[in-house]
Design a protein around this ligand. Structure first.
Ligand SMILES: *[C@@H]1O[C@H](CO)[C@@H](O)[C@H](O)[C@H]1NC(C)=O
Length: 216
């Protein structure tokens, strides 16, 4: 009896520790996007001047252009600039447009877990855990998948012609994103060839070619 109570308390404590971002200390803290100060988030404007439109955005109503970019996808995010009302709420919404056979390439978010819902088309999504195991699933409209915090994941439009649309929620107002291929091959300044040659078991020409292909 006593141990189950202790276990219960432990679970409660652990649950309270997995929160992605600290709770806001007021009802809202509408971002003062013109403030020159840098804090963990954005400063708030005076609540007296807050209006309904601070909590609304049409940023995700616009289809992201997918032609002319190498991955055939376009991710549109809410942020404190286009949705000032979400400051300190620990939330981001993402609209993901993917052309036929386009991808959101393997990438990770250092500060957020992500839940994605397929709204249109057929998607193959997945993530790789820290032991190297792949979890993957095919999604039809209305079906969802979650990507754990910080793990490398991807989305792929299985249809060659029809565009796909997904919507994602992330539990940070600034999830951050690192695309694996770009981070390694197109950083500024570059990671020296010797490292990339060994890491990917390729030669110097391969390094130059990949770098060039990725626009680096
Ligand atoms: C994403 O779509 C928007 C809206 O069409 C466009 O302005 C932007 O350049 C696109 N980004 C990429 C990377 O294609």
């Amino acid at each position: 009896m006593k141990t189950s109570l202790q276990l219960f308390i432990c679970v409660i404590i652990l649950l309270s520790m997995v929160e992605a971002e600290p709770d806001p200390l007021q009802d809202y803290c509408v971002a003062d996007t013109k403030s020159p100060f840098f804090i963990n988030g954005a400063l708030c404007i005076n609540p007296k001047f807050v209006v309904s439109s601070h909590f609304a955005t049409s940023a995700l109503a616009i289809r992201g252009k997918t032609s002319g970019n190498m991955f055939g996808s376009n991710v549109t995010l809410t942020n404190t600039a286009n949705l000032p009302g979400l400051n300190t709420m620990g939330l981001t919404l993402a609209r993901i447009d993917i052309a036929g056979n386009g991808i959101v390439p393997p990438h990770s978010h250092p500060r957020a877990s992500e839940v994605t819902i397929c709204l249109d088309g057929t998607l193959l999504v997945g993530f790789v855990d820290t032991s190297g195991r792949l979890f993957t699933q095919q999604l039809r409209p209305g079906e969802s998948f979650v990507f754990p915090n910080g793990l490398i994941h991807f989305l792929f439009n299985l249809d060659s012609f029809k565009p796909a649309l997904a919507l994602s929620g992330l539990n940070s107002q600034n999830p951050g994103a690192q695309i694996a291929s770009l981070a390694t091959f197109t950083s500024k300044p570059s990671i020296i060839d010797e490292i990339l040659k060994k890491a990917f078991q390729i030669n110097g020409q391969d390094v130059s070619k990949i770098r060039k292909n990725l626009g680096g």
